[in-house]
Write a protein that binds this ligand. Structure first.
Ligand SMILES: Nc1ncnc2c1ncn2[C@@H]1O[C@H](COP(=O)(O)OP(=O)(O)O)[C@@H](O)[C@H]1O
Ligand SMILES: [Mg+2]
Length: 341
């Protein structure tokens, strides 16, 4: 049986760009799928197709048991969409925003009011409920946007880069809210550029690049596939990097010498894939000592999702760190309204 979100062979082109190039997805009910990929990978396009905002050129999708192309209106009633760019009305208060969404869903005034109050409480916005949204911080806006997507208690949620641009504290707080939501049984498709976000929230991860799913599995499965353990050393003096590299090259698992040791000059960190575990560490320490390389830090570690990503895509994940760095996308608000109709 297909999951709560199911897609098969989705293709979507914009001129010469194949934003989606044959994407298959299957998200079991009550689980979280993390769609992980760099800028321009096709994440938003996938979300827009699955939430009925655009039609694919080919392929099919079923969300909450309903075919997205055949019965878009019915799909819209079963989903919530929370965007990368807060889709709130700046000049309404938090409370008014949520009531308005309730009314868009044709809730009775009393029910819309009660639901708004409940969500304001749950998203720690009660104190700010009667202030215009334009006075909110980035984190508060994001929480209000998420609350708005949840007004109608949809069984299936889509979140497009929900924490991009948030500072670490706000990101942590939003993760907590998402975890509560999922504990309540909601199926969630989340797009992100943040590996730690996928690691923490997603049961399954699809890594996308250039409109294709290039890897899928749990976070652990992806890490295992990327390779085994590695020794990481931070030397005290920049001058010792070269000697340390010679030492580590002897321990590389592939016997490929210096080429196997990766070096991050500015942090004085050297990394080499190994087998042999903790026993090996003692030998490495002894050898580094023998060449006079003082060690600030040494450890054995498994690949992170960052390593997975780099090994799959050949580049590190792009990130947008500054809060409010980007303006809301033109049309984002309109699309949201279409989605809640
Ligand atoms: N409306 C559009 N018109 C033209 N090109 C688009 C449009 N939407 C997306 N694209 C292009 O499709 C590709 C995938 O975009 P997108 O799905 O937004 O990626 P992501 O969300 O992963 O950053 C990009 O190359 C982007 O420039
Ligand atoms: Mg996007």
């Amino acid at each position: 049986m297909p999951g709560a979100i199911y897609a098969e062979g989705l293709v979507k082109t914009f001129g010469d760009v194949r934003a989606l190039d044959g994407v298959d997805l299957d998200v079991p009910e009550g689980t979280v799928l993390g769609l992980l990929g760099p800028n321009g990978a096709g994440k938003t396009t996938a979300v827009r197709v699955l939430t009925t905002l655009i039609r694919p050129d080919s392929g099919r999708a079923v969300v909450a048991g309903t075919d997205v192309l055949e019965h878009p209106d019915e799909v819209r009633r079963s989903i919530g969409l929370s965007g990368q760019f807060a889709a709130v009305d700046e000049y309404l208060t938090g409370r008014e925003n949520l009531r308005m969404v309730g009314r868009l869903y044709q809730m009775r005034a009393g029910a819309a009011k009660a639901r708004a109050d409940e969500l304001l409480e749950r998203f720690h916005l009660a104190d700010a409920a009667d202030r215009q949204a334009r006075t909110y911080s980035g984190g508060m806006r994001r929480r209000l946007d998420l609350a708005a997507a949840l007004v109608a208690s949809p069984p299936v949620m889509f979140m497009d880069e929900p924490t991009t641009g948030l500072d670490p504290r706000n990101r942590q707080e939003l993760w907590g809210v998402v975890e509560e939501l999922v504990a309540g049984g909601t199926t969630l498709l989340l797009t992100t550029q943040y590996l730690e976000e996928a690691d923490r929230l997603a049961h399954d991860i699809c890594v996308v690049d250039h409109g294709r799913v290039i890897a899928r599995g749990t976070s652990d499965q992806l890490k295992d596939r990327t390779g085994g353990e590695r020794v990481e050393v931070v030397v005290h003096e920049p001058e010792m990097i070269d000697d340390a590299r010679d030492v580590l090259a002897r321990y590389g698992v592939a016997g490929a010498g210096r080429g196997e040791v990766s070096v991050e000059e500015h942090t004085r960190k050297l990394t080499v894939p190994v087998t042999g575990g903790a026993k090996l560490l003692a030998e490495v320490i002894r050898d580094l000592d023998a060449v006079g390389a003082e060690i600030d830090d040494i450890g054995l570690r498994r690949p992170t999702l960052d390593d997975v990503f780099i090994s799959l895509t050949g580049h590190a994940a792009d990130r947008v760190e500054e809060e409010g760095e980007r303006e809301p996308a033109a049309g984002g608000r309109k699309n949201r309204k279409e989605a809640v109709k």
